[in-house]
Design a protein around this ligand. Structure first.
Ligand code: 4AD
Ligand code: MG
Length: 478
């Protein structure tokens, strides 16, 4: 038995006259002679040529979706579509696939919505193959970026009693005693809303725990699932999403912005270099989708151009107050996308305001700083003006907010005073307040929503399509 090789390797090596074994799933079988085999390593299929005289019973089982193992010789292809092909010597069907029932037939192209309902076969399409290989590479690049800079990857808890953002949109942890009948006499499920006697929830952010790490390791980052019980059915929100949260001792807001910008450019640069083929496929897909739109709504740049643009241009930096002035002086646009541009100082920016700034006014990523304290979390460093805090949000074209971060208030008294104003439990958060008691120092950090990054990089329109198993109010089956 010869060595098993991935299709991507065979196609990129471009060598001939050697023996291999390949395993994968049939994409198509034509003329009783040519199999297009996909093994998930690339969207490109390997052509397999079947010997004439192959058993008719075996040929019948070579249907789209079936899993097979093939051994033979890689030879130069006589056909046009590919340089090399595999001349089959041994062929085994490992798993049959009923062509009448298989949902992914070439004839009918399934919609993205339909594919979300068939999670396992969704992965077998070219679109999702490309998306999830790009997602993988982005995750790898995240670790590489921080590792190169000496950050420690800190695993923060999923179950916690703290509500880091003070936003109150949390999932409560409950316990169910399986030794008791699951239902009470009245038919209700018998569970307790606690974690061994304490109220806990699924984490909304690892930041507060991350700050503890930064006060010892200097630079840390978290990268894990976070949860928000926002019952919002938008194309930008998930109930479970992955967040990357670096936290750095001795950083101020400026250092924080510099790191965030360098980080985003690094991971985009990484996939441009390592995932060219998949990005080109997604760019093509997006270009076709754009053609369906009316002229004035079409994007000026293709996907690859957009990524190169972000990589090669400095992000625009301005304060919240400056942004409000721009919005006040802008004229409401007739198109629905950019309505209601007049804003008063103090209000939170709505997504149409963010999109106006990024897509119409500056036409590049924007970092907004120094937001009103009233619309930001308790832990942000207070400015001298008594009104604003050292916050930063990074806004991206087509996405809106991709990063939220700040310099933290390191002064114990100021922080406690702010928490009291907001009626936050200082006792319960004493483990956090201790970071301001024993060698406190200036520090800062940010959180990047990983799926929003994947959305931007893949050019997809809905956040549900860039996470393998989306958790939204309507989907949590598998
Ligand atoms: O702005 P947020 O709420 O900030 C924090 O959680 C801070 N503790 C981060 C920090 O300073 N360490 O969330 C950060 C980012 C947002 O900018 C957005 O990209 C993403 O997380 N995000 C979501 N992504 C998908 N679905 C949701 N429901 C999201 N909520 C936030
Ligand atoms: Mg935010």
């Amino acid at each position: 038995m010869s060595q098993r090789v991935k299709v991507k390797q065979i196609l990129s090596d471009d060598k001939v006259q050697y023996d291999v074994t390949v395993k994968g799933w049939i994409r198509s079988f034509r003329n009783n002679q040519f199999i297009a085999l996909n093994d998930g390593s690339t969207n490109n299929n390997l052509q397999i040529v079947i010997e004439p005289g192959t058993d008719a019973g075996l040929l019948k089982r070579l249907t789209t979706g079936a899993a097979i193992s093939v051994t033979g010789e890689i030879i130069a292809s006589l056909g046009k579509g590919q340089k090399v092909e595999l001349k089959a010597r041994e062929l085994e069907v490992l798993g049959d696939c009923d062509p009448e029932k298989y949902p992914l037939q070439l004839k009918n192209r399934p919609s993205l919505e339909y594919l979300r309902e068939i999670a396992h076969l969704r992965f077998r399409t070219n679109t999702f193959g490309a998306i999830f290989r790009v997602r993988h590479s982005l995750a790898f690049a995240v670790h590489q970026f921080f590792n190169e800079r000496g950050f420690v990857y800190l695993h923060t808890p999923v179950i916690t009693a703290s509500d880091a953002e003070g936003a109150g949109e949390m999932f409560r942890v409950t316990t169910l005693d399986l030794n008791k009948p699951p239902r009470t006499e009245s038919g209700d499920i018998d569970f307790k809303e606690d974690f061994f006697g304490r109220a806990t929830n699924l984490t909304v952010s690892g930041q507060l725990e991350g700050e503890l790490g930064a006060m010892a390791f200097g630079d840390i980052y978290t990268f894990g699932p976070t949860f928000r019980a926002e019952n919002s059915n938008t194309a930008r929100h998930l109930a479970e999403f992955w967040m990357i949260e670096p936290e750095m001792a001795f950083y101020d807001l400026e250092d924080n912005m510099n790191l965030a910008e360098a980080f985003i450019k690094y991971v985009i640069g990484y996939v441009l270099q390592h995932n060219r083929e998949d990005l080109e496929f997604l760019a093509q897909r997006l270009a076709e989708e754009e053609k369906q739109k009316p002229q004035q709504e079409r994007s000026e740049m293709g996907l690859l151009e957009k990524l190169e643009f972000v990589l090669n241009n400095e992000f625009m930096r301005l304060t919240y107050t400056e942004a409000i002035d721009i919005l006040k002086n802008s004229k409401p646009n007739k198109s629905k996308k950019f309505n209601y541009l007049i804003e008063e100082w103090g209000a939170d920016l709505q997504s149409e305001h963010e999109r106006y700034l990024v897509e119409k006014h500056f036409k590049k990523p924007v970092i907004l700083t120094d937001y009103p304290a009233a619309i930001k979390a308790f832990y942000m460093k207070q400015n001298e003006d008594g009104k604003t805090v050292r916050a930063m949000d990074i806004l991206f074209p087509g996405i809106g907010e991709i990063v939220g971060g700040s310099q933290r208030e390191e002064n114990y008294d100021k922080l406690v005073k702010r928490m009291q104003e907001l009626h936050l439990p200082t006792e319960e958060l004493s483990w956090y307040l201790d970071t301001r008691r024993f060698g406190a120092c200036p520090h800062a950090g940010f959180g990047l929503g990983f799926e929003r990054l994947v959305l931007f990089v893949t050019g997809m329109g809905n956040i549900r399509d860039v996470i393998p198993f989306p958790r939204t109010p309507k989907s949590a089956e598998f």
